[in-house]
Design a protein around this ligand. Structure first.
Ligand code: NAD
Length: 495
């Protein structure tokens, strides 16, 4: 049920391999497993049990029983917050191990996992721990004959389904508000990257959460994920992943009319106006698409540049990519870009690059695999210029280190190009003109707009999309509303 592992950085740990149900690691009922692959070496790390629909049923029943059990139900918000704070402390204590696992299983640089991803988990848990005894209803004054008030009640059992690009952070974004409001959870991990959250599951038990409050299962989407979405005893589904899967989930959830929130794909624009601080714009433009191997839902993957500065900006951007995007072993300090997460993703990204070349975009940089010592799912950071809005690389989410550069003439054209997308997740714009900055920010169809930065997200600020980028918000106070019902209580004062 567990295996001793050692990473290339010398870190050793005991890796759980089971399904975490009722605070215990158990086998799947048919013993099926999924192999986790190291994307640097293309070799097996270990095999992890994969939930079948019967295992999902077991996990849902554990969560349902825990929801009704006084050990969880009777806790005050203050006590729930204390458990969450304890978990945050344990995550902080285990930061190096968690960052090591994330690096090994996902391929993201260790330094980023340690300095950004694990601290994000701690921050999110502490933030929502603080809300646990401050999230209450209202008294509504309708005159002396009637007393009316509302209470916020947990929804019940929440099924949460996460992707592979930020395994720890995506889990924290979902667990934080759900536990804060008193729900119980069945969290389905992405089958490509289950290891870090299975390790964190041990810490959930150690923090003192009662059995069944948080259940963590690995498994395939079409099997375990679909069973969770359709389960009649699940009250809510929170999903982060692709738009295609999000649509399937909406359909499946209709059968039992489940409450759903969806955080899906994006093709976020970044506009560089002629008066922009060029150095600032080039630096953020680079980070906005090339960080995390380009595997970010809010990646600013379409850069729209005013024609007057097009050539000079393209040169400056190219220089930034050449200077900063150092490819290599993600455990090396000097590495900015590791491998894509899996062979399937690697091939998918290369397929988009091929389409860009065939459709006639100008390849400025990259455009090919970049194996390290002959191995790994590495792709050279790729920059396409002179991209047309009709091209596939302008319209579709690539989810890799590949960017499309386009020129525009007027502000109206820039807004039109920015909004020429089925998606509406993030957007960024660079200008020194504050009036224009706020005007354009309001015209862009997106859930989030960054002025003079990109992908500068924050756990205290709502995160989510419009159009086909999703429904609902995570993070911030807004993230709580996905996890409670408002019950209205009317009292006849004349009785
Ligand atoms: P995916 O949709 O293939 O998988 C996401 C999760 O859904 C996985 O756990 C998977 O097992 C599960 N799943 C797949 N099919 C399912 C089904 N039929 N029923 C139930 N569950 C199912 O996405 P991915 O390739 O793992 O992740 C990348 C995508 O995630 C990108 O499109 C990216 O934009 C998106 N993403 C969005 C956000 C956001 O907040 N908007 C954040 C991160 C990633």
């Amino acid at each position: 049920m567990e295996v001793e592992l050692t990473a290339p950085n010398g870190k050793k740990w005991t890796q759980p391999l089971g399904l975490f149900i009722n605070n215990e690691f158990v086998k799947s009922n048919n013993d099926s497993k999924i192999v986790s692959i190291n994307p640097v070496t293309e070799e097996e790390i270990c095999s992890v049990f994969a939930a079948t629909p019967d295992d999902v049923d077991l996990a849902v029943n554990a969560a349902r029983n825990a929801f009704k059990d006084p050990s969880w139900k009777s806790l005050s918000g203050t006590e729930r917050g204390a458990l969450m704070s304890k978990l945050a402390d344990l995550v902080a204590e285990n930061a190096e191990t968690l960052a090591t696992i994330e690096c090994l299983d996902n391929g993201k640089p260790y330094a980023t996992a340690l300095s950004e991803n694990v601290p994000e988990v701690v921050n999110v848990l502490r933030y929502y721990a603080g809300y646990a005894d401050k999230n209450f209803g209202q008294v509504i004054d309708v005159g002396p004959a009637k007393f009316a008030y509302t209470v916020k009640e947990p929804l019940g059992v929440c099924g949460q389904i996460i992707p592979w690009n930020y395994p720890l952070d995506m889990a924290a974004w979902k667990l934080g508000p759900a536990l804060c409001c008193g729900n119980t959870v069945v969290l389905k991990l992405a089958e490509q990257t289950p290891l870090s959250m299975l390790y964190l599951a041990k810490l959930i038990k150690e923090a003192g959460f009662p059995p069944g409050v948080v259940n963590v299962i690995n498994g395939y989407g079409r099997e375990a994920g679909a069973a969770l979405v359709q389960h009649p005893k699940v009250d809510k589904i929170a999903f982060t992943g692709s738009t295609t899967t999000g649509k399937e989930i909406m359909k499946m959830a209709a059968g039992t009319m489940k409450n759903i929130t969806l955080e899906t794909g994006g093709k976020s624009p970044l506009i560089v106006f002629e008066d922009a601080d060029m150095e600032l714009a080039a630096t953020w433009s680079h980070g906005g698409i090339m960080s995390n191997q380009g595997q970010i839902c809010t990646a600013t993957s379409r850069i729209l540049i005013h024609e007057a500065i097009y050539d000079s900006f393209v040169e400056r951007f190219k220089a930034k990519v050449q200077e900063i995007s150092v490819i290599g072993d993600p455990f090396e300090k000097s590495t900015f870009q590791g491998p894509q997460v899996t062979k399937a993703q690697y091939e998918r990204v290369l397929g988009f690059i091929k389409a860009g070349k065939e459709e006639g975009a100008t390849l400025m940089l990259g455009g090919e695999p970049a194996p390290q010592q002959g191995k790994g799912f590495f792709i050279a950071p790729t920059v396409f210029a002179n991209v047309k809005p009709t091209m596939k690389i302008f319209q579709e989410e690539i989810f890799g280190p590949c960017v499309a550069l386009v020129s525009f003439k007027t502000e109206e054209e820039a807004v039109e190009l920015a909004n020429d997308s089925a998606y509406g997740l993030g957007a960024a714009l660079f200008t020194k003109d504050l009036v224009r900055a706020h005007r354009v920010a309001r015209e862009i169809e997106a859930g989030m707009v960054w002025i003079n930065s990109s992908n500068d997200s924050d756990f205290r600020i709502p995160f989510g999309g419009v159009k086909q980028s999703g429904i609902g918000r995570e993070l911030g106070e807004a993230g709580l509303s996905a996890y409670y019902n408002i019950k209205s209580i009317h009292v006849n004062m004349a009785a």
